[in-house]
Write a new protein. Structure first.
Length: 563
């Protein structure tokens, strides 16, 4: 009789949608109300929204859906709704590689050419570990595709990405010397899994991770035509009450494309601090911090970030594709995890994760009251001999297209960087630091006829700048020399530069014409995120012979001027 009564209650709860839409156990009502309040904005039947989950020990203690998974049919988000995870996928690709390493089928320090014969020999060793922690120097696949004319809402296949990467002729930097987030590396890792195991990443993760953990609603979605029941569609916001479809047609996996829900992801969170798929050594390998060749320790590990929050160790990662926004954070010492999956592009999932975490996690960090030293700063900023600095005033440009401007105001030297302005603090001879950011060092120098500036930032990366004159940039005769057709053999695509009504325009068969601004004698900028900086290249007679795209996650991508 008691069993029948329990079944009756469950059926009633399902019929009214309680078990279907939310699950909360062991949390006080007052806490549940606080969590609900964080997402009240999307608790509506007229907007996309999100699903939310909180894990404690071995339980999913809170899960709930807000807003709609599908606007056309008014289908609500629930803890069972399937979301595209975007870059949260990377930790599962990395875990697969580590499992294969434990089986003795590869080493993380193997050269990638051992498994990927199609990737060009660029005369440097690139290791699997470089791919895992974004230190390979390999340019990012999404940006390369966009430059080549592929829209990110086009169908993008694994084969297409492999062919594109197989044509690369240069790296952004020497492997191990810098960190630069590269989705390409994780597509390549998926190909290594396939080469070594004989299984696709989808099939390998299913047998090695998802089935052992009981993640029955999880897979790498490597075919965009495949029907997936109960999935959330993604949206962009038009205004406060209107939305548009944000299309995603990926048939690729490794860097992205994991499909899962809050219920299944809770099992992975538990696996991070109580492993069932793999063991503690596997988790340790996944979460060990990466190191650059100069010994600098990164906050990135293998497809996952490792740092602290409120004094507690955390493993976390976010994702962003089309209108999907995801974030998962695990606190292993607390045996606790938080996640937010959204199908609306303007929901800041990471912020919401930490809003929830703040309700449960005490801050153990030592509170240090900063002592203000305005006297020291103001005194150090006053130049005793301003005439000695006049040769360094003016505008400087870096290889990446960053513009620095310097001017004297009274006895102080001021910088302007992308609209931000402040004074500099004198250190050694011709060496300064930024007020408010003393860890950023600026050193001026003269070399032959050039005035140079080296800027060192906290991760030991040094940006090199050269001084230029602003007053001759918009002369039509000079602008005319930039015009012509340019071709990239690596991407097999053309761009044109034309002069119209005293304005340079960037043209391409796939995109609308776009204005180019001349920001220095040999630097052009645009509003295209995939190539917002062009560095013009000159020949022996000072003629324009091509340009490099030095923009974001793509550096030194050459286009040659053609007739």
């Amino acid at each position: 009789m008691r069993i029948q009564r329990r079944i009756f209650i469950v059926l009633i709860l399902i019929s009214v949608g309680i078990l279907n839409n939310s699950f909360a156990q062991t949390l006080p009502d007052s806490t549940i109300k606080k969590i609900d309040a964080l997402f009240a904005k999307w608790d509506t039947s007229s907007s996309p929204g999100c699903t939310v989950g909180i894990v404690m020990n071995d339980k999913l203690v809170y899960s709930k859906g807000f807003g709609l998974a599908n606007l056309e049919y008014a289908i609500p988000n629930t803890p069972q709704t399937i979301f595209h995870m975007a870059s949260v996928s990377k930790q599962f690709t990395a875990y697969s590689i580590i499992l294969l390493a434990e089986q003795g089928k590869l080493s993380l320090d193997d050269d990638i050419h051992k498994f990927l014969s199609w990737f060009p020999d660029l005369k440097v060793k690139i290791t699997i570990r470089n791919l895992l922690n974004h230190t390979s120097g390999i340019r990012d696949q999404w940006q390369l595709l966009a430059i080549a004319g592929t829209r990110l809402d086009d169908v993008i296949t694994q084969e297409q990405i492999v062919k594109l990467l197989g044509r690369q002729q240069a790296l952004n930097f020497k492997p191990g010397e810098q960190f630069s987030y590269s989705n390409s590396g994780f597509t390549m890792l998926a190909e290594i899994v396939k080469k070594v195991s004989g299984k696709s990443l989808r099939n390998f993760t299913d047998s090695a991770i998802f089935k052992p953990l009981g993640m029955t609603s999880t897979h790498f979605h490597d075919d965009y035509t495949e029907i997936e029941k109960n999935r959330a569609y993604s949206y962009d916001r038009i205004d406060s009450t209107h939305f548009s479809n944000s299309i995603l047609n990926y048939s690729n996996a490794g860097a992205t494309s994991l499909f899962t829900n809050v219920t299944d992801m809770s099992k992975w969170i538990m696996n991070v601090y109580a492993p069932k798929a793999g063991n503690q050594i596997t988790i340790d390998q996944l979460t060990i911090n990466a190191m650059l060749t100069n010994g600098e320790k990164l906050n990135y590990a293998q497809g996952i970030e490792t740092d602290t929050y409120r004094g507690w160790k955390q493993f976390s990662h976010g994702g962003s594709d089309a209108g999907y926004r995801t974030y998962v954070s695990v606190f292993p010492d607390l045996k606790m995890g938080f996640m937010v999956f959204s199908n609306l592009a303007d929901i800041r999932t990471s912020s919401k994760v930490y809003d929830m975490a703040d309700l449960f996690i005490n801050d153990t960090t030592e509170k240090i009251t900063a002592l203000k030293k305005p006297a020291r700063d103001s005194m150090a900023a006053i130049l005793k001999d301003t005439s000695a600095m006049k040769k360094f005033l003016g505008s400087y440009v870096s290889e990446e297209g960053i513009i620095f401007n310097f001017e004297l105001k009274g006895s102080n030297l001021y910088y302007n960087l992308q609209g931000e302005s402040n004074f500099l603090i004198k250190e050694l001879k011709d060496s300064f630091s930024m007020a408010g950011s003393p860890e950023v060092k600026l050193v001026f120098a003269l070399k032959a006829r050039d005035t140079l500036l080296n800027v060192k930032v906290p991760n030991d990366k040094v940006y090199h700048f050269t001084k230029f004159r602003m007053d001759t940039l918009q002369d039509d005769v000079a602008l005319k020399t930039f015009t012509g057709m340019y071709y990239s053999a690596e991407l097999d695509c053309h761009y044109g530069i034309v002069l119209k009504d005293h304005q340079l325009l960037l043209t391409n068969i796939k995109y609308s014409d776009l204005k180019l601004a001349r920001t220095s004698p040999d630097d052009l900028s645009s509003d295209y995120w995939w190539m917002d900086h062009l560095k013009m290249l000159r020949g022996n007679k000072n003629q324009i012979i091509g340009f490099e795209v030095n923009s974001g996650r793509v550096m030194h991508l050459k286009f040659v001027k053609v007739k």
